[in-house]
Design a protein around this ligand. Sequence first.
Ligand code: HEC
Length: 483
Amino acid sequence: MGRFRLRISGTSPLAAMPWNLLAFGIFVMFGVAGAVMPTAAIAGPGGESQTAGGFSHVAAILKKNCLGCHNGTAKMGGLVMDSYATLMKGGAHGAVILPGKESQSLMILRLEGKVQPRMPFGGEPLSAADIKAIEDWIHTGAKGPAAGEATIAPSEPNIPNIKPQVPVTSPITSLAYSPDGKILAVGGYQKVELKATDTGKVLATLTGHVDYVRSLAFSPDGKWLAAAGGLPARQGEIKMWDVAARQLLRTLNGHTDCIYSVAVSPDGKLLASGSYDKTIILWDAATGKDLKTLRDHIDAVFGVAFSPDGKWLASGSQDRTVKIWSVATGERLYTLGNPSDSVTSIAFRPGSNQLAAAGFDKTIWVWNLAPDAGTLAQSLIADEDAILQIAYTPDGKRLITTSSDFSVSVRDADSLNPVAVFDKQPDWVEALSISPDGKWLAAGRYNGTLSIYNLQDYQEVGSPEVAFQTHPPAARVKQTASR
Ligand code: HEC
């Protein structure tokens, strides 16, 4: 989840670059950081002193104006500003701050527009006072935060996790119904809740995940659950849980960036993970061994799915393509290049060789797949804004899309026309799952709320609830389940 990146349009060469601004980058930094992290680590009004010339004042300026594009996920220009250390490390052109030499520091040159593009990119230049504050700080040695002084953003995952002061919520980043329909797994920040679908009660909380759980997949027999995520710019993580015992079976680490999508083969023997690092890994589910790394995408992989017969794996990427792979050999069979922007989600139509994909071009693409080629069966500019998620009902008759235009649409899978729309969603529906009997649609939102819709009468069941009321207590036991 949280996988969506905007592109900017325009005439500069930059216009062609993927624009990692949106979703998790921004959200984690501005939306969630304030909530899940100790307030003491965040520069802001209230807390710490912000003496001019000191780091905390500079940190506050950078946090407000720059961090959205220069964080561990977005990393524009290779520059990450979420800590003093990464800031000083610099970007694609090396150090951006030369202590004592403000007029030669790339940061100042960019802020003043002496080196183009001017920063903040595409936005209003900083005020003269703010630029001066940064200049003064560089002039006096660009010193780091003193003990207790504010840092830019608390992103270093190894820093001890200080308990939040108030109950906070996490966005819902993934959802999956168990094959028997009795459990709904809900993924969020560092944990997964298993909810009973009849009572709505939380049966267990699975903890110990390093970051957001961005994708969930049950084994076909429902015995285990794969929960995938990982640390942005570091590594992917899949935790496999014994569902009945609520016990961790094993942790699979691989990739050099987080995983956005995990899928289980129809025979339950393989796992596939698609990562921001542009690769896909096929794993042996029984041993956790990585069997093959599939490389051919030239940008982040946001969706992976096995064909119903298990012979093919499909992958959808920010590189605007969908690729079809042979599961047996790991070979790329062919590429579907119709989308004109990032592909955020893909789904096989049950009982068929049809594959649907959607993403930032607002279009649903459906292909008929053959062993050596795919032919476009259908396409429709479906929503007013980027499509976030797509899923077929188990009978293959309906296709559900969620969009950043704040709608969820239930569509006829043949015509793609909506048969029902749940519009005016209070926030983006980033997580979606349909119960195995096709009766219920679970929709999880960025703002942490979960809604269940009845797919027979298209009514919402009850009202939205906040899935993660509070964060785990301070004595968080790693990798164990608590009831
Ligand atoms: C909307 C996104 C965005 C915002 C906001 C933004 N930047 Fe950038 N920044 C970029 C992009 C894109 C690049 C890469 C530009 C290029 O290719 O030269 C970049 C590059 C840079 C670089 C050069 C890194 C290098 O080594 O090449 C510096 C320094 C920089 N930004 C500073 C800032 C500062 C300071 C702010 C806040 C005042 C800021 N940026 C806000 C998008 C942004």
